[in-house]
Ligand binder design. Structure first.
Ligand SMILES: Cc1cc2nc3c(=O)[nH]c(=O)nc-3n(C[C@H](O)[C@H](O)[C@H](O)COP(=O)(O)O)c2cc1C
Length: 357
């Protein structure tokens, strides 16, 4: 068990937002939105219990900025007023429990219009327009696995996506979120533009790293344009592609330092997942170990990936990263952080549960 004095339990000031600790819920799609893309009672119970479980930030799952930027028809969205109303229920509940509500903005690109994981064929199964799906957009017409061949984005598609991102950021603010994370990893649109494996364009959005970075940086600017100056922006970023010919940590260190100049406060490191052939490391803290490499960019760092034991927290913060995001361990147990903390339950657990101890 950890000692309560570990730095992982200390508060973190991000612009005007004070986060009570550095163990956060990693964004995880629940594929449980109502038909309008609004949060449901499932989301309220799921996120509410993780907030009661003492995480610093409850990061709401990948939430689409536009209908064609969803991954599935069951994704959350934040592009309609009725969705914003539903998100207000989540931010109110999370705040009432003492946690900070954050939202991951999703711009899926070519990895969109597929099945949900518990469907027969799962997330690699395309859902065609005739079955309620849609035609995906991407930097280049290169498909992911068996998903549809995406349409190469034209200039007006880019303009529209940037407007959607800006409006989604504005809606997230109206909904009461305190933190935005732009999903720039896992092979979604931002990552597709960055990587030479998925961006074969010859216009101003393709070519060398400097040019491939342009659209992703415009996406960050769009978030900042719709989001208050006093609230932080995080970008979830690949530390590398983990495949020959893909993005390297050297490339990504350049990208990270550019993000620092665009109003980004923190990067949240992942790796691989752009193409099915990329290797998939599964050792504890594998993404957090990239952290020191990115410190020079002058941003705060975060990571997720196989952080499942209390001692991993101590190993990660502050030596590897400033914040850890915990995924599957918090799916298995909403009170994982309270247990990992190992403090006197009468001080750390919700008072409603004190008679359990
Ligand atoms: C069910 C599930 C859904 C996920 N959905 C998202 C998502 O919406 N956005 C995202 O960036 N990562 C998503 N991830 C990845 C997690 O946020 C996390 O980075 C990953 O699971 C590694 O952390 P862990 O080993 O603690 O689970 C998902 C993972 C799982 C298991």
């Amino acid at each position: 068990m950890l000692s309560t004095s570990s730095p992982v339990w200390t508060a973190l000031q991000l612009r005007e937002v004070l986060v009570p600790n550095r163990v956060w819920l990693s964004p995880m799609c629940q594929y449980s939105a109502d038909p309008s893309g609004a949060p449901t009672d499932w989301h309220l119970a799921h996120y509410g219990s993780r907030a009661a479980g003492g995480v610093g930030v409850v990061m709401i799952e990948c939430t689409a900025v536009a209908p064609d930027m969803r991954t599935t028809i069951s994704d959350l969205g934040i592009y309609r007023d009725e969705q914003v109303r539903g998100h207000r229920r989540l931010t109110a509940a999370i705040t009432a429990m003492g946690s900070v509500p954050g939202i991951q903005l999703g711009v899926a690109g070519r990895k969109s219009s597929h099945g949900v994981p518990w469907d027969n064929a799962g997330t690699r199964h395309p859902v065609l327009p005739a079955d309620g799906g849609w035609q995906p957009l991407a930097p280049s017409p290169i498909p992911f696995a068996d998903l549809a061949v995406p349409t190469e984005m034209a200039a007006q598609d880019g303009t529209r996506v940037l407007e959607d991102v800006e409006q989604a950021a504005r809606n997230a603010d109206r909904a009461g979120y305190q933190v935005i994370e732009l999903h720039g990893a896992n092979g979604y649109l931002f990552h597709e533009f960055l990587s030479p494996l998925t961006n074969h364009r010859t216009d101003e959005w393709g070519g060398d790293l400097e040019r491939r970075m342009r659209f992703p940086l415009e996406m960050v600017n769009a978030v900042r344009a719709g989001w208050p100056e006093d609230k932080p922006v995080i970008v979830r970023l690949p530390a590398e592609d983990l495949l020959e010919g893909g993005l390297t940590t050297d490339d990504m260190a350049v990208v990270a330092s550019r993000l620092a100049g665009e109003g980004v406060d923190m990067i949240d490191l992942l790796s691989g997942a752009l193409v099915p052939e990329a290797s998939r490391p599964a050792t504890p803290l594998h993404n957090a170990r990239y952290g020191p490499r990115f410190r020079a960019a002058g941003l705060l760092t975060a990571a997720s990936g196989q952080i499942s034991q209390p001692e991993h927290l101590d190993e990660a913060v502050p030596d590897l990263v400033d914040v850890v995001l915990v995924g599957r361990a918090l799916l298995r147990d909403p009170y994982w952080a309270l247990r990992a903390r190992g403090a006197d339950p009468l001080e750390s657990w919700p008072k409603q549960y004190h008679r359990a101890f």
